[in-house]
Design a binder for this molecule. Structure first.
Ligand code: CO
Length: 138
């Protein structure tokens, strides 16, 4: 079902500041910044080897990322795995009792389709399933 880790999402309170650390200090390749209105999040995307890092900044106080930051003060927000067949994987997860947050996949960044699995079923880690890198930002 799972092909590889696609990306790791890190919640930050200041996207500019952390982009300059990850890009300018650590030297990761910067792919661009994209806003997902539906999730009220602005995402700075970096690439390191085969894996991308999403730096997530809330665009509104009621954004899920804002709530995460208020509760935990930043940190790893989610891990995303690339899957071959998202809908089939979601159905299988549901059948096996995993709590699926998005029963139907929805658009993520870069032309991908995504769905989240609840951390309560995943050892405390919010888990994203994604079709992968898509056609928007590389
Ligand atoms: Co993500």
């Amino acid at each position: 079902m799972i092909k590889k880790i696609d990306h790791i999402g890190i919640a930050v309170d200041d996207l500019k500041k952390y982009l300059s650390i990850y890009r300018d200090v650590l030297g990761m390749e910067y792919l661009g910044t994209e806003t997902v209105e539906e999730q009220k999040v602005k995402i700075g995307l970096l690439k390191i080897g085969e894996i991308r890092i999403e730096l997530l900044q809330a665009t509104s106080k009621d954004s899920p990322v804002a709530k995460f930051l208020a509760k935990k003060g930043g940190g790893i927000h989610h891990i995303a795995y690339q899957v071959d067949n998202l809908e089939a994987t979601l159905r299988e997860c549901e059948e096996k009792g995993i709590e699926v947050v998005d029963k139907k996949s929805r658009p993520g960044i870069s032309g991908s389709m995504i769905s989240f699995l609840h951390p309560g079923s995943m050892g405390g880690v919010l888990t994203e399933l994604t079709t992968g890198q898509g056609s928007g930002i590389k």
